[in-house]
Design a binder for this molecule. Structure first.
Ligand SMILES: *Cc1c(COP(=O)(O)O)cnc(C)c1O
Length: 356
């Protein structure tokens, strides 16, 4: 058995792989593959409708919020958001908490003024800024709820920031219960908690839109996608089908609440183990640790190599840290079982006992 801790694209449930394979061979007993039917067929329109409905249901969205499934990954949202929401002479506030928020800031600067509302750059993004400074004139505040590379996660959300709140939830969407209606825009690329790469979830409060003076190309205009019910052009049909299978899996598990409980149990086991073994070093502030991505190092490069090789021998894959931070990163997304976390923590204890 493999234990897959990849950061993204990442583990999905076995049931999802089985149903996805079946749909490639013979979709809904139609005798056709999902890859060869038109997106405007009844069969695919039903996939799109159920996907958007399940997102609405699981996130308990109100009627102001629209659900879109778009191309281009979260990286496209870095520019699409300011293009749709921010005029050139206006300011948007961004928190600067790691690689991903850094990229969002860089792209937003093409469209307007960017003010840094809080930063943890001074300590290499190992904590989250607690005191934010946001001008009431800011068009919105952008946060990255889980910094996948730094291993930090917002546990107290800045709902009271006084301006519309926008969040990149690519690596923790549907992993915990949040008051999703408090966000004016949420986006997440699918390949961590939601499905296969190639599709992007966007949840947007329609009142945020229609307020910029620039001309927006049709394919980048959220309002056009809303009008077309996410079928403005050919959607990434297979990636959306995998998202649907994942959403059905989440619903079968009982929704977000039981998944959150399981995610807390996994992270608790992981961090308790790491904290008890001095051979492993964690630099992220305790209160800001991510339930999704645990990031740590071992003091000696040789020992890191050795630990990696022990893990490989035991079918544990995807634990190498991002090349920008080194060390290790254990990603514990929705589909990862507690059993897999148990497998690696047992190895950690064993390794520490031998080397300690
Ligand atoms: C993975 C990730 C992205 C990038 O997503 P792409 O689909 O590669 O564009 C952006 N933000 C966060 C927080 C991520 O984890």
């Amino acid at each position: 058995m493999m234990h897959n801790f990849n950061a993204g694209p990442a583990i999905l449930p076995e049931e999802v792989f089985n149903a996805a394979s079946q749909a490639i061979l013979n979709f809904n007993d139609s005798g056709l593959s999902i890859l060869e039917i038109g997106h405007r067929t009844n069969a695919f329109e039903a996939v799109m409708a159920e996907t958007r409905q399940l997102i609405r249901e699981l996130m308990q969205l109100d009627n102001d919020h629209e659900v879109l499934l778009l191309h281009g990954g979260a990286t496209t949202q870095f520019m699409q958001i300011p293009m749709n929401v921010l005029n050139e002479n206006e300011t948007a506030a961004y928190t600067e908490t790691g690689t991903w928020s850094g990229k969002a800031i860089k792209e937003a600067k093409h469209f307007g003024e960017i003010a840094i509302a809080g930063s943890s750059k001074d300590k290499n993004y190992t904590y989250l800024p607690k005191q934010l400074s946001i001008s009431p004139a800011a068009k919105y505040l952008h946060i990255t709820t889980n910094e996948t590379i730094a291993g930090t996660q917002w546990h107290a959300l800045p709902y009271d920031c006084g301006v519309p709140l926008i969040a990149d939830m690519s690596s923790d969407i549907l992993s915990r219960q949040l008051d999703f209606n408090q966000f004016d825009l949420i986006y997440a690329s699918a390949q961590k908690n939601l499905g296969a790469a190639g599709v992007n979830l966007v949840v947007v409060n329609q009142h945020l839109l229609g307020k910029v003076s620039r001309k927006i190309p049709t394919i980048l205009d959220y309002r056009k996608h809303i009008e077309a019910e996410s079928m403005l052009n050919t959607p990434p049909v297979f990636a959306i089908y995998v998202v649907l299978l994942m959403l059905r899996w989440v619903k079968n598990k009982g929704g977000i609440a039981p998944l959150e409980k399981m995610n807390m149990a996994k992270a608790d086991l992981m961090y308790r183990t790491l904290d008890s073994l001095p051979i492993f070093q964690l630099s992220v502030a305790k209160e800001d640790r991510s339930l999704m991505n645990a990031v740590f190092t071992i003091d000696h490069k040789e020992l890191e190599k050795e630990f990696l090789s022990v893990c490989t021998q035991h079918g544990i894959v995807g634990i190498k840290g991002h090349r920008s931070v080194g060390g290790f990163r254990i990603s514990m997304y929705n589909a990862l079982s507690l059993e897999s976390v148990k497998a690696i923590t047992d190895l950690m204890i064993d390794f520490a006992n031998k080397k300690g």
